[in-house]
Structures are given as C-alpha cells and as structure tokens.
Ligand binder design. Structure first.
Ligand SMILES: [Zn+2]
Length: 99
C-alpha cells in the first residue's frame, strides 16, 4: 500500500465530506418530477447544460477538491432528478422545471 501524505489524506477527507453534503442535499430535495427520495437513484441536472457532454460536473468539482462554497453554487443551479427522469429530460429536452 502506498503511503499517503498528510495533504492527500486531508484532500480525501474533504472529498468524502463534500460528497456527503451533496448526497444530503439531493435527499432533502428528492426528484423534482416524482419525488423519489432514494439518494442512490438521484442525480443532478444542470439547468445551464452540461459543459463538455453529459458528465456529472458536480462530482468532478468534488473530485478536484474545490471548496463547498463553490460546489453548492453549482448544485443550486441544478435540478434534482431520479435516474429515470434525468434520462427523460435529456431525451425529450423538457423546458426548465423551475424548482
Ligand atoms: Zn423521478
């Protein structure tokens, strides 16, 4: 096993913490269409479009270790949707949900 530096451990803890915060946020909101509350089925859909494809930009930010302040800004520009409705949204190009 590779020995991790103190800063690497710190970065890891920060990612874990922000991941947990993002999960809490999704769970509190639930799917904007059907109200699904199972956090493992919930995804964030950016109202401003996914820059550079359909990647999950919020998890990329968390992975990069940016501050929660920056991450929550991004999350607030998103709708919480379950996996099924997220796909439907992309397929049918629904208008903004305004939630
Ligand atoms: Zn749904």
């Amino acid at each position: 096993m590779m020995k991790r530096s103190k800063s690497a451990r710190k970065a890891y803890r920060k990612r874990q913490l922000n991941n947990g915060r993002a999960r809490n946020y999704k769970q509190q909101k639930g799917c904007a269409v059907c109200g699904e509350l199972d956090v493992d089925k919930l995804e964030l859909h950016s109202r401003y479009g996914h820059k550079g494809g359909r990647g999950n930009h919020v998890s990329r930010l968390i992975g990069r270790g940016v501050s929660w302040k920056r991450i929550i800004q991004e999350i607030r520009g998103c709708d919480v949707l379950c996996h099924t409705h997220h796909i439907e949204l992309h397929q049918w190009r629904y208008a903004l949900l305004n939630v």
